[in-house]
Ligand binder design. Structure first.
Ligand SMILES: [Zn+2]
Length: 341
């Protein structure tokens, strides 16, 4: 089976000013672009795996503008740029209904026969013909998070990559089929969570990281000083149970007949400890939330207590990637719960 991947060896100049909603004017299907540069091996960068997370596009536009010359680009390092879910980007959504998530379809995915997985296999086949310097996958969050990196293999190079971006980073091994995990055996790899779409400080950090990587001859050989990076890991995921109606306390659509109400400004808890007994939601039903461990086991009873409808944690944990977007919550989760790695 062949995918609809387009492969180019130059970038139309309109790319530098286009918005994610117009991306289909340039790329009708997911597109992999090879850009020559002075240094090798190449850097692999993926953007718009989630269609509404447009910071990656803006970051690459800034990088390319910096190295634009008359008639092309004079890049310090060779780049493979993958522009992922162009259909979802045009619609301004994470993914289209019925599509397999572009960041759940990489080698290791539980669903290797989906159209998206077939497409990603074509990308991998092309970019891994030669060695890669590093792989960066650019994303945004829907809630208020600081910028942070996610790595799945804990090794010195990945720790350096993460520490160049921020002093806190997350280690993850699930869900399967995420881009960064597919590179574990190949090259240093990181997911850059660049806060909310368009967030300027996060854009700057990602820009600086990519620019540094384009000039670096090799990764530092000394181990990273322990205090330079706090590694946290996902210990659990909180989802809304099926058929539960829910809202956020600060929603305009907030209505008293919902099964579950999540407290106001819950996303301000991102990357700060949610204390034991601190109420974060109100529920009228028995099991409104489902908590699963990293290996998929239901651990709701171990993590959450329900005191006459007031939901809190049984032990202090750090929530992250809290989404205040109801659609994302239903597609993905309410939040992750972190602990020190
Ligand atoms: Zn994403």
């Amino acid at each position: 089976m062949k995918s609809n991947l387009t492969i180019l060896d130059q970038l139309p100049s309109a790319f530098l000013s286009i918005s994610h909603r117009q991306i289909k004017d340039l790329f009708d299907t997911p597109t992999l672009i090879h850009l020559k540069g002075e240094k090798h091996p190449a850097l692999f960068i993926s953007i718009l795996l989630h269609g509404n997370e447009f910071s990656g596009l803006q970051i690459m536009q800034e990088i390319l503008k910096k190295y634009q010359t008359t008639g092309g680009y004079k890049l310090p390092r060779e780049i493979w740029l993958f522009v992922g879910n162009v259909d979802a980007a045009q619609m301004g959504v994470r993914l289209r209904d019925g599509q397999t998530d572009f960041n759940r379809a990489w080698p290791g995915t539980p669903d290797p026969h989906s159209d998206t997985a077939v497409l990603i296999r074509d990308v991998m086949e092309r970019i891994t013909q030669k060695e890669l310097f590093a792989s960066l996958d650019l994303h945004n969050n829907t809630g208020q998070n600081p910028p942070y990196g996610c790595i799945s293999a804990v090794n010195e190079k990945n720790k350096y990559l993460a520490s160049f971006f921020n002093h806190i980073a997350m280690v993850f091994q699930s869900p399967k089929g995420v881009s960064t995990m597919a590179f574990d055996e190949l090259c240093p790899a990181i997911t850059l969570e660049c806060s909310t779409p368009g967030n300027a400080p996060a854009l700057k950090r990602a820009f600086d990281l990519i620019d540094d990587l384009m000039h670096m001859d090799h990764f530092p050989t000394k181990p990273l000083p322990v205090h330079d990076l706090q590694l946290v890991k996902n210990s659990a995921t909180i989802k809304i149970n099926t058929n539960i109606t829910f809202c956020f306390e600060d929603d305009v659509s907030n209505s008293s007949d919902m099964d579950l109400t999540v407290v106001k400004n819950f996303d301000h808890h991102n990357f700060t400890l949610l204390e034991k007994n601190e109420v974060f939601a109100y529920s009228k039903v028995d099991k409104a939330l489902v908590v699963t461990s990293a290996d998929g086991e239901d651990i709701t009873e171990l993590i959450i207590q329900n005191d006459k409808g007031k939901l809190s944690l049984k032990k202090a944990l750090m929530p992250a990637m809290i989404s205040m977007d109801k659609k994302i919550v239903l597609q993905d989760c309410l939040c992750y719960l972190l602990e020190d790695y």
